[in-house]
Design a protein around this ligand. Sequence first.
Ligand SMILES: NC(=O)c1ccc[n+]([C@@H]2O[C@H](COP(=O)([O-])OP(=O)(O)OC[C@H]3O[C@@H](n4cnc5c(N)ncnc54)[C@H](OP(=O)(O)O)[C@@H]3O)[C@@H](O)[C@H]2O)c1
Length: 286
Amino acid sequence: MGRPLALITGASSGIGRALALRLAREGYDLVLWGRDARALEETAGECRALGASAKTVSKDLALPLGSVAFERVPDLLVNNAGFGVHGPFLQTPLAKELELLHVQADAVLALTKAVLPGMVARGSGTVLNVGSVYSFTPVPDQAVYGASKAFLRSLTDALAVELEGTGVRVLGFYPGITQTKFRERAGMKTGNNLSGKTAEEMAQAAFEAIEDGNVCAVPGVSNKLLVALTSLVWGTGWRGSSSASTGCAGSIQRVPSGTACRRARARLPDSARWAGPTRPAAPAPV
Ligand SMILES: NC(=O)c1ccc[n+]([C@@H]2O[C@H](COP(=O)([O-])OP(=O)(O)OC[C@H]3O[C@@H](n4cnc5c(N)ncnc54)[C@H](OP(=O)(O)O)[C@@H]3O)[C@@H](O)[C@H]2O)c1
């Protein structure tokens, strides 16, 4: 059998880059996708030095992908590319948020649709979607980022169930704070550089998740705790990880009830509550 092939988006930096190197060490060949051609080529060179073949695709995932065709259907697709938009919803730029949705929803959809038929026909393959601990909770001041990660989780859980028995696995990987360019790019305080895990630690956790057969992975004790607590508050249910029917996918049956939403709202600090729309003054008649 030949070497397995992994396609990773966002492989020019951070978690995607670290995962590319981890997979190269494990015998994968790679297709590395991002915008920064130089950084991609650098990662590809390091992968080649580890014995892998590595191609780069320098394309903006915020632009329509159209139909995607593969010379060879990857054994592993990692939908990892992403960025954040930080700030009160009333002040954040719509154009940037639409770009975020193109990268973190539209492109994920397009690439996943493109690989799945070939994977199912072959009877094997894995799609790993990189969500966030924010996939499990609404995120004031990162509302659209949180919503995109919730979309990703819902899509992942649904596909995991739909594809049971096909030999194809769709897996959600939900990191917390990681030391990458992410926070700086989102215009957030980078804070203590020692907080959070390194990209290499996240890549190791993602690799273990790919290997262990689960459909949901929240790496690290503090992230697990955070997800468990926020899921309780918001009633969005997370039950650890095991199989498609009892992992994150278990939450499919747990739509947050009105009571859970009211309970969650009652626990919000005043500063996080939205009093409702202020009605604009009626325009003066001309
Ligand atoms: N770091 C954290 O604290 C954290 C926490 C939870 C989840 N995550 C998730 O982890 C994933 C990876 O982020 P990271 O922390 O590794 O951040 P990062 O170092 O900023 O890497 C982001 C990657 O996404 C790519 N990307 C962004 N916009 C793109 C576009 N329009 N087209 C193509 N590629 C694009 C970037 O490539 P180019 O620069 O070449 O465009 C880069 O390779 C993201 O989905 C993020 O939401 C991160």
